[in-house]
Design a protein around this ligand. Sequence first.
Ligand SMILES: [Zn+2]
Length: 240
Amino acid sequence: MASSKTRGIRYSLELVKPKAALARAGSIAVIAGGETLHVFGVKHPPHVALANLLDDEKAALKFVESYGPLFASKEYLWKNGQARDLLPLSPNESVHELLKEHPKADFYHYGISHLHQQRDVLRKAWEGDRAAIESIRQHASANISSQWKFNRGRIDITAPDAWTVVCILFLIDHESRNTVKCENPDCPAPYFVRKRRTQKFCEAGPCVAYGQRLRSNKWWNEHGNEWREQAQKKSSRRAK
Ligand SMILES: [Zn+2]
């Protein structure tokens, strides 16, 4: 029998950030070989960032700068030391302008709209859509690998790109039923991971304040009359 003290497998998950990323007219060029990011416990995890991604080019560029391409090419992975075989890069028509400016880029995003398509799949899953959750589960199963080599008692799980990391992180939080939407209708980034079962609002200042206001209104509706009666009795007693 294995040690009864073993509580399961400890694992680590990392991705390699790009050295640089540049956006032009709806496309993004990426240069490989930046620092390694250990994704567990980061302040801004990539699944939350993608689910809340805004529609503009600046937001898309920031995402790619922080986590790398959503779906990386073999060439990009090879330069990052994440793939063994090198396949030739074949840039799409839409990135020709970018290619002129940055001929040495290792990867090109063929239109930022692609990022938004994947974001929308993730949002559906976050909202509980079974087909979207299933497609995320299938992608994660097909694309993660581990070599059963232990590094200080942990197994290193290798994910080829940001989308796979997003899928894994989403599944972990979804299984523990913590992927929820902030109930403040004006929340600019409503997809969040709750820390307590009863948490209805994300941790942004205005949303916390909105929740407090709602709770105090509820208190007034339930106990307001009672409180006013008590207060009146007290003041009439004092007046005597
Ligand atoms: Zn919020």
